[in-house]
Design a binder for this molecule. Structure first.
Ligand code: 6PG
Length: 469
Protein backbone atom coordinates (compact mmCIF):
# COMPACT_ATOMS: atom_id res chain seq x y z
CA UNK A 1 0.00 0.00 0.00
CA UNK A 2 1.63 3.17 -1.11
CA UNK A 3 -1.22 5.61 -1.53
CA UNK A 4 -2.96 7.48 1.31
CA UNK A 5 -6.47 6.11 1.64
CA UNK A 6 -9.17 8.53 0.58
CA UNK A 7 -11.96 6.77 2.39
CA UNK A 8 -12.51 4.26 5.20
CA UNK A 9 -14.90 1.34 5.48
CA UNK A 10 -15.94 -0.53 8.61
CA UNK A 11 -17.53 -3.98 8.45
CA UNK A 12 -16.28 -6.67 6.10
CA UNK A 13 -19.39 -8.80 5.77
CA UNK A 14 -20.63 -9.70 2.28
CA UNK A 15 -21.82 -6.20 1.39
CA UNK A 16 -18.86 -4.43 3.01
CA UNK A 17 -16.25 -6.59 1.29
CA UNK A 18 -17.84 -6.14 -2.08
CA UNK A 19 -18.27 -2.41 -1.69
CA UNK A 20 -14.63 -2.06 -0.60
CA UNK A 21 -13.50 -4.01 -3.68
CA UNK A 22 -15.74 -1.87 -5.88
CA UNK A 23 -14.21 1.33 -4.46
CA UNK A 24 -10.66 0.03 -4.91
CA UNK A 25 -11.44 -1.17 -8.43
CA UNK A 26 -12.23 2.45 -9.39
CA UNK A 27 -8.71 3.42 -8.34
CA UNK A 28 -9.77 4.96 -5.02
CA UNK A 29 -7.42 3.95 -2.17
CA UNK A 30 -9.39 2.71 0.82
CA UNK A 31 -8.69 1.74 4.44
CA UNK A 32 -10.74 -1.08 5.92
CA UNK A 33 -11.47 -2.22 9.46
CA UNK A 34 -13.32 -5.20 10.84
CA UNK A 35 -13.70 -6.05 14.51
CA UNK A 36 -11.80 -9.30 13.89
CA UNK A 37 -8.31 -8.43 12.75
CA UNK A 38 -7.87 -11.77 10.99
CA UNK A 39 -10.86 -11.05 8.79
CA UNK A 40 -9.38 -7.70 7.80
CA UNK A 41 -6.00 -9.17 6.83
CA UNK A 42 -7.58 -12.21 5.17
CA UNK A 43 -9.72 -9.89 3.06
CA UNK A 44 -6.79 -7.78 1.90
CA UNK A 45 -4.68 -10.88 1.23
CA UNK A 46 -7.43 -12.22 -1.00
CA UNK A 47 -7.97 -8.96 -2.87
CA UNK A 48 -5.52 -9.87 -5.62
CA UNK A 49 -4.58 -6.97 -7.91
CA UNK A 50 -6.61 -4.59 -5.78
CA UNK A 51 -4.69 -5.29 -2.57
CA UNK A 52 -2.22 -2.40 -3.08
CA UNK A 53 -5.17 -0.02 -2.91
CA UNK A 54 -6.60 -1.48 0.30
CA UNK A 55 -5.03 -0.62 3.66
CA UNK A 56 -5.94 -2.94 6.54
CA UNK A 57 -6.42 -1.17 9.87
CA UNK A 58 -6.02 -3.23 13.05
CA UNK A 59 -7.73 -0.69 15.26
CA UNK A 60 -10.45 1.88 14.88
CA UNK A 61 -7.99 4.61 15.89
CA UNK A 62 -5.59 3.33 13.25
CA UNK A 63 -8.29 3.57 10.61
CA UNK A 64 -9.18 7.11 11.64
CA UNK A 65 -5.62 8.42 11.74
CA UNK A 66 -4.85 6.92 8.33
CA UNK A 67 -7.47 9.13 6.67
CA UNK A 68 -7.09 12.73 5.53
CA UNK A 69 -9.58 15.27 6.95
CA UNK A 70 -12.44 15.68 6.52
CA UNK A 71 -12.57 11.93 7.00
CA UNK A 72 -15.13 9.85 5.16
CA UNK A 73 -16.00 6.52 6.73
CA UNK A 74 -18.62 4.10 5.46
CA UNK A 75 -20.28 1.77 7.99
CA UNK A 76 -21.34 -1.58 6.56
CA UNK A 77 -22.58 -3.20 9.75
CA UNK A 78 -25.95 -4.85 10.44
CA UNK A 79 -28.84 -2.43 10.93
CA UNK A 80 -30.03 -1.67 14.45
CA UNK A 81 -27.92 -1.65 17.60
CA UNK A 82 -24.63 -2.52 15.83
CA UNK A 83 -24.83 0.83 14.01
CA UNK A 84 -25.33 2.74 17.27
CA UNK A 85 -22.52 0.76 18.94
CA UNK A 86 -20.18 1.45 16.05
CA UNK A 87 -20.99 5.15 16.04
CA UNK A 88 -20.47 5.30 19.82
CA UNK A 89 -16.92 3.95 19.51
CA UNK A 90 -16.07 5.85 16.32
CA UNK A 91 -17.45 9.34 16.96
CA UNK A 92 -15.09 10.25 19.84
CA UNK A 93 -12.15 9.64 17.47
CA UNK A 94 -13.50 12.00 14.81
CA UNK A 95 -13.43 15.80 14.39
CA UNK A 96 -16.00 18.37 13.31
CA UNK A 97 -16.64 18.12 9.59
CA UNK A 98 -15.82 14.40 9.32
CA UNK A 99 -18.50 12.29 7.65
CA UNK A 100 -19.95 8.95 8.68
CA UNK A 101 -21.94 7.11 6.01
CA UNK A 102 -24.32 4.32 7.03
CA UNK A 103 -24.65 1.97 4.04
CA UNK A 104 -26.87 -0.58 5.78
CA UNK A 105 -30.62 -1.16 5.64
CA UNK A 106 -31.24 1.11 8.62
CA UNK A 107 -34.61 2.29 9.79
CA UNK A 108 -34.92 5.85 8.44
CA UNK A 109 -36.03 7.15 11.82
CA UNK A 110 -32.81 5.86 13.37
CA UNK A 111 -30.89 7.64 10.61
CA UNK A 112 -32.64 10.94 11.34
CA UNK A 113 -31.95 10.51 15.07
CA UNK A 114 -28.30 9.63 14.52
CA UNK A 115 -27.75 12.61 12.25
CA UNK A 116 -29.13 14.97 14.91
CA UNK A 117 -27.15 13.42 17.73
CA UNK A 118 -23.83 13.63 15.90
CA UNK A 119 -23.82 17.45 15.84
CA UNK A 120 -20.70 18.69 14.06
CA UNK A 121 -19.95 15.29 12.54
CA UNK A 122 -21.89 14.81 9.32
CA UNK A 123 -23.99 11.70 8.83
CA UNK A 124 -25.18 10.36 5.51
CA UNK A 125 -27.83 7.62 5.42
CA UNK A 126 -27.15 5.65 2.27
CA UNK A 127 -29.57 3.02 0.99
CA UNK A 128 -27.54 0.54 -1.06
CA UNK A 129 -29.35 -1.91 -3.31
CA UNK A 130 -28.16 -4.67 -5.57
CA UNK A 131 -27.06 -7.44 -3.27
CA UNK A 132 -23.48 -8.72 -3.26
CA UNK A 133 -23.08 -8.53 -7.03
CA UNK A 134 -24.39 -4.96 -7.11
CA UNK A 135 -22.12 -3.86 -4.28
CA UNK A 136 -19.12 -5.26 -6.17
CA UNK A 137 -19.91 -4.01 -9.67
CA UNK A 138 -22.31 -1.11 -9.27
CA UNK A 139 -25.19 -0.70 -6.84
CA UNK A 140 -28.06 1.77 -6.90
CA UNK A 141 -27.65 4.18 -4.00
CA UNK A 142 -30.16 6.44 -2.28
CA UNK A 143 -28.55 9.15 -0.14
CA UNK A 144 -30.05 11.24 2.66
CA UNK A 145 -28.25 13.89 4.70
CA UNK A 146 -26.80 17.36 4.25
CA UNK A 147 -25.92 18.59 0.77
CA UNK A 148 -22.40 19.28 2.06
CA UNK A 149 -21.88 15.70 3.21
CA UNK A 150 -23.24 14.36 -0.05
CA UNK A 151 -21.02 16.69 -2.11
CA UNK A 152 -17.96 15.32 -0.29
CA UNK A 153 -18.94 11.74 -1.10
CA UNK A 154 -20.37 12.35 -4.57
CA UNK A 155 -17.20 11.63 -6.60
CA UNK A 156 -16.66 8.20 -5.08
CA UNK A 157 -20.36 7.32 -5.04
CA UNK A 158 -20.70 8.29 -8.69
CA UNK A 159 -17.65 6.20 -9.53
CA UNK A 160 -18.93 3.04 -7.85
CA UNK A 161 -22.63 3.32 -8.77
CA UNK A 162 -24.41 1.27 -11.41
CA UNK A 163 -24.47 2.92 -14.81
CA UNK A 164 -27.67 3.37 -16.77
CA UNK A 165 -26.78 4.53 -20.29
CA UNK A 166 -24.11 6.88 -18.94
CA UNK A 167 -26.06 8.05 -15.87
CA UNK A 168 -24.84 7.00 -12.41
CA UNK A 169 -27.54 5.38 -10.30
CA UNK A 170 -26.98 7.46 -7.20
CA UNK A 171 -28.67 10.63 -5.97
CA UNK A 172 -28.97 12.90 -2.99
CA UNK A 173 -32.68 12.58 -2.30
CA UNK A 174 -33.14 14.77 0.76
CA UNK A 175 -32.07 15.46 4.33
CA UNK A 176 -31.81 13.12 7.31
CA UNK A 177 -33.52 9.79 6.81
CA UNK A 178 -34.74 10.47 3.25
CA UNK A 179 -32.31 8.06 1.60
CA UNK A 180 -33.04 5.18 3.94
CA UNK A 181 -36.76 5.91 3.63
CA UNK A 182 -36.59 5.55 -0.15
CA UNK A 183 -34.57 2.34 0.28
CA UNK A 184 -37.24 1.03 2.64
CA UNK A 185 -39.96 1.66 0.05
CA UNK A 186 -37.71 0.11 -2.63
CA UNK A 187 -37.63 -3.03 -0.51
CA UNK A 188 -41.39 -2.92 0.00
CA UNK A 189 -41.86 -2.83 -3.76
CA UNK A 190 -39.27 -5.60 -4.06
CA UNK A 191 -41.44 -7.74 -1.77
CA UNK A 192 -44.53 -7.07 -3.93
CA UNK A 193 -42.71 -7.73 -7.21
CA UNK A 194 -41.30 -11.01 -5.86
CA UNK A 195 -44.62 -12.14 -4.41
CA UNK A 196 -46.56 -11.51 -7.62
CA UNK A 197 -43.97 -13.47 -9.58
CA UNK A 198 -44.22 -16.31 -7.06
CA UNK A 199 -48.01 -16.30 -7.40
CA UNK A 200 -47.81 -16.70 -11.18
CA UNK A 201 -45.27 -19.49 -10.67
CA UNK A 202 -47.69 -21.18 -8.25
CA UNK A 203 -50.52 -20.87 -10.71
CA UNK A 204 -48.40 -22.49 -13.42
CA UNK A 205 -47.18 -25.24 -11.09
CA UNK A 206 -50.38 -26.10 -9.23
CA UNK A 207 -52.97 -24.94 -11.75
CA UNK A 208 -51.38 -25.92 -15.01
CA UNK A 209 -49.01 -28.69 -13.97
CA UNK A 210 -46.00 -26.83 -15.36
CA UNK A 211 -42.55 -28.20 -14.63
CA UNK A 212 -39.81 -25.94 -13.28
CA UNK A 213 -38.24 -26.15 -16.74
CA UNK A 214 -41.35 -24.80 -18.40
CA UNK A 215 -41.54 -22.04 -15.81
CA UNK A 216 -37.91 -21.19 -16.58
CA UNK A 217 -38.57 -21.03 -20.33
CA UNK A 218 -41.66 -18.88 -19.89
CA UNK A 219 -39.97 -16.37 -17.61
CA UNK A 220 -36.95 -16.25 -19.89
CA UNK A 221 -39.26 -15.35 -22.77
CA UNK A 222 -41.02 -12.71 -20.70
CA UNK A 223 -37.66 -11.19 -19.91
CA UNK A 224 -37.42 -10.18 -23.57
CA UNK A 225 -40.71 -8.26 -23.37
CA UNK A 226 -42.25 -5.43 -21.34
CA UNK A 227 -41.66 -7.33 -18.06
CA UNK A 228 -37.90 -7.24 -18.63
CA UNK A 229 -36.34 -6.94 -15.19
CA UNK A 230 -33.73 -8.42 -12.90
CA UNK A 231 -36.34 -10.28 -10.84
CA UNK A 232 -37.92 -11.90 -13.91
CA UNK A 233 -34.44 -12.83 -15.15
CA UNK A 234 -33.38 -14.47 -11.89
CA UNK A 235 -36.73 -16.25 -11.67
CA UNK A 236 -35.94 -17.91 -15.00
CA UNK A 237 -32.43 -18.74 -13.85
CA UNK A 238 -33.43 -20.18 -10.49
CA UNK A 239 -36.21 -22.23 -12.11
CA UNK A 240 -33.71 -23.63 -14.61
CA UNK A 241 -31.21 -24.72 -11.97
CA UNK A 242 -30.76 -28.38 -11.01
CA UNK A 243 -29.93 -29.70 -7.56
CA UNK A 244 -26.54 -31.43 -7.77
CA UNK A 245 -27.53 -33.80 -4.94
CA UNK A 246 -30.79 -35.14 -6.29
CA UNK A 247 -30.77 -34.01 -9.94
CA UNK A 248 -34.21 -32.49 -9.30
CA UNK A 249 -35.03 -28.88 -10.15
CA UNK A 250 -33.75 -26.64 -7.36
CA UNK A 251 -37.19 -25.11 -6.91
CA UNK A 252 -38.55 -28.55 -6.10
CA UNK A 253 -36.14 -29.11 -3.22
CA UNK A 254 -36.29 -25.67 -1.55
CA UNK A 255 -38.64 -25.39 1.46
CA UNK A 256 -41.53 -22.97 0.94
CA UNK A 257 -40.80 -20.79 3.95
CA UNK A 258 -39.56 -17.27 3.23
CA UNK A 259 -37.35 -15.20 5.49
CA UNK A 260 -37.51 -11.46 5.95
CA UNK A 261 -35.38 -8.90 7.70
CA UNK A 262 -38.12 -6.35 8.24
CA UNK A 263 -37.96 -3.63 5.60
CA UNK A 264 -41.19 -4.83 3.93
CA UNK A 265 -43.00 -4.79 7.26
CA UNK A 266 -41.64 -1.33 8.06
CA UNK A 267 -42.95 -0.09 4.71
CA UNK A 268 -46.43 -1.40 5.42
CA UNK A 269 -46.53 0.05 8.93
CA UNK A 270 -45.28 3.41 7.75
CA UNK A 271 -47.75 3.45 4.86
CA UNK A 272 -50.69 2.76 7.14
CA UNK A 273 -49.60 5.51 9.51
CA UNK A 274 -49.56 7.95 6.61
CA UNK A 275 -52.92 6.73 5.23
CA UNK A 276 -51.19 5.77 1.99
CA UNK A 277 -51.62 1.98 2.12
CA UNK A 278 -49.88 -0.33 -0.30
CA UNK A 279 -52.08 -3.38 -0.72
CA UNK A 280 -49.53 -5.21 -2.85
CA UNK A 281 -46.78 -4.87 -0.25
CA UNK A 282 -49.17 -5.70 2.58
CA UNK A 283 -50.14 -8.87 0.77
CA UNK A 284 -46.51 -9.75 0.16
CA UNK A 285 -45.58 -9.32 3.82
CA UNK A 286 -48.64 -11.35 4.85
CA UNK A 287 -47.71 -14.07 2.36
CA UNK A 288 -44.17 -14.29 3.80
CA UNK A 289 -45.50 -14.54 7.33
CA UNK A 290 -47.96 -17.26 6.29
CA UNK A 291 -45.25 -19.06 4.37
CA UNK A 292 -43.31 -19.42 7.60
CA UNK A 293 -46.38 -21.03 9.27
CA UNK A 294 -46.09 -24.35 7.49
CA UNK A 295 -47.59 -26.09 10.55
CA UNK A 296 -50.76 -24.06 10.16
CA UNK A 297 -50.91 -24.68 6.42
CA UNK A 298 -50.40 -28.43 6.81
CA UNK A 299 -53.19 -28.62 9.37
CA UNK A 300 -55.42 -26.55 7.10
CA UNK A 301 -54.71 -28.75 4.10
CA UNK A 302 -55.47 -31.90 6.13
CA UNK A 303 -58.75 -30.35 7.31
CA UNK A 304 -60.02 -28.71 4.13
CA UNK A 305 -58.08 -30.44 1.37
CA UNK A 306 -55.61 -28.75 -0.93
CA UNK A 307 -56.23 -27.21 -4.34
CA UNK A 308 -59.58 -28.26 -5.71
CA UNK A 309 -61.79 -27.36 -8.60
CA UNK A 310 -61.21 -27.04 -12.29
CA UNK A 311 -58.53 -24.75 -13.63
CA UNK A 312 -60.07 -22.55 -16.31
CA UNK A 313 -57.85 -22.19 -19.38
CA UNK A 314 -55.42 -19.29 -19.31
CA UNK A 315 -53.02 -18.27 -22.01
CA UNK A 316 -49.39 -17.49 -21.32
CA UNK A 317 -50.18 -13.96 -22.50
CA UNK A 318 -52.81 -13.68 -19.75
CA UNK A 319 -50.25 -14.55 -17.11
CA UNK A 320 -47.79 -12.03 -18.52
CA UNK A 321 -50.48 -9.35 -18.62
CA UNK A 322 -51.54 -10.07 -15.05
CA UNK A 323 -47.98 -9.52 -13.87
CA UNK A 324 -47.73 -6.30 -15.85
CA UNK A 325 -50.95 -4.91 -14.39
CA UNK A 326 -50.01 -6.01 -10.86
CA UNK A 327 -46.60 -4.42 -11.22
CA UNK A 328 -48.04 -1.07 -12.28
CA UNK A 329 -50.39 -1.11 -9.28
CA UNK A 330 -47.56 -1.94 -6.86
CA UNK A 331 -45.33 0.84 -8.20
CA UNK A 332 -48.16 3.35 -8.28
CA UNK A 333 -48.82 2.60 -4.62
CA UNK A 334 -45.11 2.82 -3.79
CA UNK A 335 -44.58 6.17 -5.48
CA UNK A 336 -47.74 7.55 -3.87
CA UNK A 337 -46.31 6.58 -0.48
CA UNK A 338 -43.05 8.35 -1.36
CA UNK A 339 -44.99 11.48 -2.38
CA UNK A 340 -47.02 11.38 0.85
CA UNK A 341 -43.97 10.94 3.07
CA UNK A 342 -42.11 13.64 1.17
CA UNK A 343 -44.89 16.15 1.83
CA UNK A 344 -45.27 15.16 5.48
CA UNK A 345 -41.55 15.19 6.24
CA UNK A 346 -40.77 18.26 4.09
CA UNK A 347 -38.23 16.35 2.01
CA UNK A 348 -39.12 17.40 -1.55
CA UNK A 349 -38.18 13.93 -2.79
CA UNK A 350 -37.50 14.04 -6.55
CA UNK A 351 -39.66 11.08 -7.57
CA UNK A 352 -38.42 11.03 -11.16
CA UNK A 353 -34.83 10.82 -9.88
CA UNK A 354 -35.84 7.95 -7.62
CA UNK A 355 -37.21 6.08 -10.64
CA UNK A 356 -34.07 6.96 -12.61
CA UNK A 357 -31.63 5.63 -10.04
CA UNK A 358 -33.67 2.42 -9.80
CA UNK A 359 -33.20 1.74 -13.54
CA UNK A 360 -29.92 -0.12 -12.94
CA UNK A 361 -28.03 -1.71 -10.07
CA UNK A 362 -30.91 -2.35 -7.68
CA UNK A 363 -32.98 -5.48 -7.16
CA UNK A 364 -36.13 -3.96 -8.71
CA UNK A 365 -34.38 -2.63 -11.82
CA UNK A 366 -36.55 -3.04 -14.87
CA UNK A 367 -37.26 -1.68 -18.32
CA UNK A 368 -40.49 -0.14 -17.07
CA UNK A 369 -38.73 2.17 -14.62
CA UNK A 370 -37.50 4.36 -17.47
CA UNK A 371 -41.09 5.06 -18.53
CA UNK A 372 -42.03 5.60 -14.88
CA UNK A 373 -39.28 8.22 -14.56
CA UNK A 374 -40.73 10.03 -17.59
CA UNK A 375 -44.28 9.92 -16.21
CA UNK A 376 -43.14 11.15 -12.78
CA UNK A 377 -41.11 13.99 -14.31
CA UNK A 378 -44.21 15.01 -16.24
CA UNK A 379 -46.42 15.22 -13.13
CA UNK A 380 -45.03 13.97 -9.79
CA UNK A 381 -48.30 14.67 -7.96
CA UNK A 382 -50.37 12.38 -10.19
CA UNK A 383 -50.64 8.70 -9.22
CA UNK A 384 -48.58 6.69 -11.65
CA UNK A 385 -51.65 4.60 -12.48
CA UNK A 386 -53.31 7.77 -13.85
CA UNK A 387 -50.41 8.84 -16.08
CA UNK A 388 -51.65 8.42 -19.68
CA UNK A 389 -49.18 5.69 -20.70
CA UNK A 390 -49.72 3.66 -17.54
CA UNK A 391 -53.49 4.17 -17.55
CA UNK A 392 -53.48 2.79 -21.11
CA UNK A 393 -51.42 -0.21 -19.98
CA UNK A 394 -53.85 -0.87 -17.14
CA UNK A 395 -56.82 -0.63 -19.54
CA UNK A 396 -55.10 -3.15 -21.79
CA UNK A 397 -53.90 -5.63 -19.16
CA UNK A 398 -56.40 -5.55 -16.28
CA UNK A 399 -58.89 -7.78 -18.15
CA UNK A 400 -56.24 -10.51 -18.14
CA UNK A 401 -55.48 -9.87 -14.47
CA UNK A 402 -59.20 -10.33 -13.82
CA UNK A 403 -59.21 -13.65 -15.73
CA UNK A 404 -56.16 -14.85 -13.82
CA UNK A 405 -57.58 -13.93 -10.40
CA UNK A 406 -60.92 -15.56 -11.29
CA UNK A 407 -59.22 -18.72 -12.56
CA UNK A 408 -57.07 -18.99 -9.43
CA UNK A 409 -60.17 -18.59 -7.25
CA UNK A 410 -61.95 -21.31 -9.23
CA UNK A 411 -59.02 -23.65 -8.71
CA UNK A 412 -58.56 -22.68 -5.05
CA UNK A 413 -55.13 -21.10 -5.45
CA UNK A 414 -54.19 -18.07 -3.34
CA UNK A 415 -53.10 -14.92 -5.18
CA UNK A 416 -52.76 -12.57 -2.24
CA UNK A 417 -50.87 -9.80 -4.02
CA UNK A 418 -52.39 -10.06 -7.49
CA UNK A 419 -55.98 -10.22 -6.23
CA UNK A 420 -55.16 -7.32 -3.88
CA UNK A 421 -53.86 -5.36 -6.85
CA UNK A 422 -57.06 -6.04 -8.77
CA UNK A 423 -59.20 -5.05 -5.79
CA UNK A 424 -57.20 -1.83 -5.49
CA UNK A 425 -57.76 -1.07 -9.16
CA UNK A 426 -61.48 -1.71 -8.81
CA UNK A 427 -61.58 0.47 -5.69
CA UNK A 428 -59.91 3.48 -7.29
CA UNK A 429 -62.41 3.42 -10.15
CA UNK A 430 -65.47 3.23 -7.89
CA UNK A 431 -66.60 6.84 -7.42
CA UNK A 432 -69.31 5.80 -4.97
CA UNK A 433 -68.06 3.10 -2.64
CA UNK A 434 -69.68 1.36 0.29
CA UNK A 435 -68.39 3.36 3.27
CA UNK A 436 -71.85 4.96 3.56
CA UNK A 437 -72.84 1.71 5.25
CA UNK A 438 -69.79 1.82 7.54
CA UNK A 439 -70.79 5.33 8.57
CA UNK A 440 -74.35 4.21 9.26
CA UNK A 441 -73.06 1.34 11.38
CA UNK A 442 -70.66 3.61 13.26
CA UNK A 443 -73.42 6.08 13.91
CA UNK A 444 -75.77 3.30 15.01
CA UNK A 445 -73.49 1.84 17.65
CA UNK A 446 -71.47 4.88 18.64
CA UNK A 447 -73.30 8.03 17.48
CA UNK A 448 -70.18 8.94 15.48
CA UNK A 449 -72.17 10.98 12.97
CA UNK A 450 -72.01 11.10 9.18
CA UNK A 451 -72.18 13.49 6.26
CA UNK A 452 -75.09 13.54 3.79
CA UNK A 453 -74.47 13.66 0.07
CA UNK A 454 -77.19 16.29 -0.31
CA UNK A 455 -75.77 18.57 2.46
CA UNK A 456 -71.98 18.43 1.94
CA UNK A 457 -69.81 19.88 4.68
CA UNK A 458 -72.51 19.68 7.37
CA UNK A 459 -71.22 17.49 10.21
CA UNK A 460 -72.64 15.89 13.32
CA UNK A 461 -75.68 14.41 11.62
CA UNK A 462 -77.27 11.26 13.01
CA UNK A 463 -79.66 8.63 11.70
CA UNK A 464 -83.20 7.71 12.67
CA UNK A 465 -82.09 4.33 13.97
CA UNK A 466 -85.07 3.63 16.17
CA UNK A 467 -85.30 2.84 19.86
CA UNK A 468 -82.85 4.78 21.95
CA UNK A 469 -80.56 5.62 19.00
C1 6PG B 1 -31.37 -4.91 -2.04
C2 6PG B 1 -32.07 -5.90 -1.16
C3 6PG B 1 -31.28 -6.11 0.07
C4 6PG B 1 -31.61 -7.36 0.82
C5 6PG B 1 -32.84 -7.26 1.62
C6 6PG B 1 -33.67 -8.51 1.60
O1 6PG B 1 -31.99 -3.92 -2.37
O2 6PG B 1 -30.23 -5.16 -2.36
O3 6PG B 1 -33.34 -5.42 -0.80
O4 6PG B 1 -31.34 -4.95 0.82
O5 6PG B 1 -31.63 -8.46 0.00
O6 6PG B 1 -32.41 -7.00 2.91
O7 6PG B 1 -34.62 -8.33 2.53
P1 6PG B 1 -35.40 -9.52 3.20
O8 6PG B 1 -34.39 -10.35 3.94
O9 6PG B 1 -36.33 -8.82 4.11
O10 6PG B 1 -36.03 -10.28 2.10
Amino acid sequence: MTKIPEIGLIGLGTMGRNLALNIASRGVPIAVFNRTVDTTHGFVAGAGDLAPLIAPADTLAGLVTSLPTPRKIILMVPAGDPVDDQIASLAPLLSAGDIIVDGGNSDWRDTARREKSLGQIHFLGLGVSGGAEGARNGPSMMAGGTAKAYAALEPVLTAIAADYRGAACVAHLGPGGAGHYVKMVHNGIEYADMQMIAEIYGLMRDGQGASAGRVADTFARWNDGPLQSYLIEITARTAAATDPETAKPMLDVIADRAGQKGTGRWTVMDAQERAAPLSAVEAAVTARVMSARSDLRSTGQALFGGVAGQMPPLSEADLESALLAGKIVAYSQGFTLLATASAEEGWALPLDRVAQIWRAGCIIRSAMLDDMATALADDPARPLAFAPDFAALLQAHVPALRRVVAAAAARGLPLLALSGALAWFDTIRQARGTANLLQAQRDFFGAHGFERIDRPGETGLHGPWGDGQ
